[in-house]
Ligand binder design. Sequence first.
Ligand SMILES: NC(=O)c1ccc[n+]([C@@H]2O[C@H](COP(=O)([O-])OP(=O)(O)OC[C@H]3O[C@@H](n4cnc5c(N)ncnc54)[C@H](OP(=O)(O)O)[C@@H]3O)[C@@H](O)[C@H]2O)c1
Length: 280
Amino acid sequence: MTHGRIALLGGGNMGRALIGGLLRSGTRAERVSIGEHVAEARSALAQELGITATADNAQAVAGAAIVVLAVKPQDARRVLLPLAAVLRTARPLLISICAGTRVESLQEWTGGALPVVRAMPNRPALLGAGVTGMYAPPAVSVAQRSAAEQVMQAVGEVVWVPDEDLVDVVTAVSGSGPAYFFLLAQLMAEAGEGLGLERQAAQRLAAATLYGAGLMAHVPGADLSRLRAEVTSPSGTTEAAVRVLEAGDLRGTIARALAAATARGRELAMLRPDPDPAGT
Ligand SMILES: NC(=O)c1ccc[n+]([C@@H]2O[C@H](COP(=O)([O-])OP(=O)(O)OC[C@H]3O[C@@H](n4cnc5c(N)ncnc54)[C@H](OP(=O)(O)O)[C@@H]3O)[C@@H](O)[C@H]2O)c1
């Protein structure tokens, strides 16, 4: 990883997770600076991670080789515009985790000419078990891509996509993905209860199955269809269930669900109100 300093703008949920991950993976605390305007969030950073954050974003990014933008998407423009002059001079690598905020906008708000990488982590990143979909335009160098990858690996795995539009598909698959698995486990628990299990037992069975299946699927090189086949004996119980799922068009339902999530992500990005209609 680059030996320069890393600055985070926004020390909320994801910012804290990233800093925690960076510290755990060996980044020294003095190499990290944070700009966070909420006093309680700054206290939480000091208490949980022993990091001093500042309310002055310009101070946070001064001298940083990498700046991670971790504020809410609707705050991105307001946070970046006042920093444009300092960023244009220092030209750090900007990694934005803001959902639906395009490279073109980020470059415009930072005065142009800044290498920008988009990263879309998911909620398990808060436990260091996330997966981040990443996109870099061609102008970003191999070394900068590698530096961005190492930052995001602090909270889990990284998968690159070759086209910025695919970041919305990443959001549909892995960004929203934990909710699909929670829903499936919830429905399994409810069905188990309907078949006679105690509620708590049904929930533990479903949740622990989700966890165990996740561990098996996470083994490097794991083939999801083979894993499924291995627990589906011919004419057995699993096959009986899978046949019902297929007959109910689970495949088509999932395809439609992910298409809807992708479309909604694009819609939300277009609908986001401009926080500064004067265009300054
Ligand atoms: N959480 C997830 O699971 C997840 C997953 C994928 C991507 N993301 C992306 O990650 C980004 C951060 O999400 P989050 O969940 O960490 O949000 P969050 O908890 O709200 O954290 C953002 C922090 O930045 C602060 N902030 C706002 N304006 C600021 C400014 N001018 N200067 C300094 N700090 C400022 C916020 O303060 P206020 O509370 O006052 O606004 C808040 O403390 C979002 O863009 C989101 O799209 C999140």
